[in-house]
Write a protein that binds this ligand. Structure first.
Ligand code: IPE
Ligand code: IPE
Ligand code: MG
Ligand code: MG
Ligand code: MG
Length: 290
């Protein structure tokens, strides 16, 4: 598992370096590189590769789609750390983008990374037909905007210091984190022209994996070490974030996490031994400390 994810991270970084090197140089290139490299765990891309394996998608295609996803994820973290959002000074074990380069550069490097995802998916590097590429871009755009990451981040910030119901917390976490995971889960089906019924099934699986991932992130904030996590922990309480821990308590959140993992594994059982990879990734997600 550890070797697999390290290989995916290496291959995606290799592609992204090549992609950027072939672009015209600008003043934003260094901040963009700072936001991408060495980068994070690449867990979203691991999920994409695991689901891609269920549908026999070529690894080299998945790496390019994964690169686009990681660009959007990197942008979301740069903006998440801004003073007007979570105001965090450390990210991935180094100074946050706005600490290193200043606020306007962080906003604009973030914007550039968001749009870089669309450049990658529409580029000739991705050897898929135009209809499929268009479909991928349509879905990743939808999941990044107000129906997904941006909308969820808006709710996350609006809910600070408020008492929010469990259903509303889950809905917010699915938007801010789950929808990008949904994209990872449906991209292989889009590539293979699967039916909308099958796509809906994997859309829901992705939402649940993203929710699980965010719940564990919240647990790491609650109990984890800043040094290991590479970002400041014990901040959500100070910021008055609405999450399952603040609503249900630590122990009930652990139970929620375990049930959620069980539910997802059960749903994927029908894919037999091929689902062992995704199953291992789910174990990795809940056992991680960074
Ligand atoms: C952190 O995501 C932000 C959340 C959505 C919880 P990751 O934990 O995947 O961050 P990196 O990419 O590994 O730094
Ligand atoms: C971030 O959630 C979700 C995003 C879409 C970026 P958090 O605010 O909990 O992520 P961290 O803990 O700062 O990485
Ligand atoms: Mg946040
Ligand atoms: Mg944050
Ligand atoms: Mg967090």
């Amino acid at each position: 598992m550890q070797n697999e994810i390290l290989k995916i991270a290496k291959d995606i970084n290799f592609f992204l370096k090549k992609f950027i090197t072939n672009q015209k140089k600008t003043e934003l290139i260094n901040p963009i590189r700072y936001g991408l490299f060495p980068g994070g765990k690449k867990i979203r891309s691991k999920i994409l590769v695991d689901i891609g394996y269920l549908f026999n998608i070529k690894y080299s295609i998945l790496i390019i789609v994964g690169a686009a996803i990681e660009c959007i994820h990197a942008y979301s973290l740069i903006h998440d750390d801004l003073p007007c959002m979570d105001d965090d000074k450390i990210r991935r074990g180094k100074a946050s983008m706005h600490i290193k380069y200043g606020e306007f550069t962080a906003v604009l490097a973030g914007n550039s990374l968001l749009t870089m995802a669309f450049e990658i998916l529409s580029s000739d590097y991705l050897k898929l037909n135009d209809k499929i590429k268009n479909n991928l871009i349509n879905n990743i755009s939808k999941y990044s905007g107000h129906l997904g990451v941006a909308g969820g981040q808006f709710l996350d910030l609006s809910y600070e210091h408020k008492k929010v119901s469990k259903q509303k917390i889950i809905e917010m976490q699915i938007k801010k984190t789950g929808r990008l995971f949904s994209f990872c889960c449906i991209a292989p089906l889009i590539i293979k022209n699967k039916t909308s019924k099958e796509i809906s099934f994997f859309e829901k699986i992705g939402e649940d994996i993203g929710l699980l991932f965010q719940v564990v992130d919240d647990l790491i904030d609650y109990k984890g070490s800043s040094l290991i996590a590479g970002k400041k922990t014990k901040k959500d309480k100070k910021l008055g974030k609405a999450n399952l821990i603040s609503l249900l308590g630590y122990k009930n959140t652990i139970k929620y996490m375990q049930n959620k993992k069980f539910e997802i594994k059960n749903a994927l059982n029908k894919y037999g031994s091929k689902s062992a990879h995704i199953s291992n990734t789910l174990d990795y997600i809940i056992n991680r400390n960074k």
